[in-house]
Design a protein around this ligand. Structure first.
Ligand SMILES: [Zn+2]
Length: 189
């Protein structure tokens, strides 16, 4: 039976690289996996899943997924969604229909919570509805598991206030353990 997966992790936990490897594994076995990205920031124009380690692959925007017919969707063995935290609750509902009505598994990758420690709308719906919830792990600078996302400015000051999503902002993000996220500590250097 097809399942809805939510694989969550902090910034820099290789979620996109993981998504790209899953797609490649399907292709290697002669199967088709459809790569999709939430459409929150379409300024780049072409949709591409990029990972920090240099892997990338073209994908489609979420709106293009929604425009596909059921018969077209059934030609895929799997749908992979990157940046799933930005989906709306209603869009995650659409993904449950792909799983339940078409029998196509959907694997979502995304952040669990924002830099303030609040759930993203897509993550909230996925945590509530996914059949399988898995963590993509990475570590804080101290060696403990990183579970929180910190936003910091060009001076290295950790920001605690602001909008959940700021498109085009030059803020940077890093995954920290909860203790260092609370302290706003980016490490010794
Ligand atoms: Zn730490």
């Amino acid at each position: 039976m097809a399942k809805l997966y939510f694989r969550y992790g902090v910034m820099g936990s290789s979620k996109s690289a993981n998504a790209l490897m899953v797609r490649y594994n399907y292709e290697e076995r002669g199967q088709k996996a459809l790569m999709v990205k939430s459409g929150i920031d379409q300024r780049e124009g072409k949709a591409i899943v990029n990972s920090r380690i240099g892997l990338s692959y073209p994908c489609i925007w979420f709106d293009e997924l929604r425009a596909m017919s059921a018969s077209e969707l059934r030609t895929y063995q799997c749908v992979i969604v990157d940046e799933a935290q930005f989906l709306s609750r209603e869009e995650v509902g659409f993904l449950t229909e792909i799983v339940d009505d078409l029998g196509v598994p959907v694997i979502c990758y995304g952040l669990r919570a924002d830099f303030k420690g609040d759930l993203f709308p897509g993550s909230e719906a996925l945590l509530a509805w996914a059949d399988i919830i898995e963590e993509v792990k990475t570590i804080c600078w101290c060696g403990k598991k990183a579970t929180c996302n910190a936003r910091f400015d060009e001076n290295g000051t950790v920001l605690k206030e602001g909008e959940q999503v700021v498109l085009g902002a030059n803020d940077r993000y890093i995954g920290l353990c909860r203790k260092h996220w609370k302290e706003g500590s980016l490490g010794p250097k």
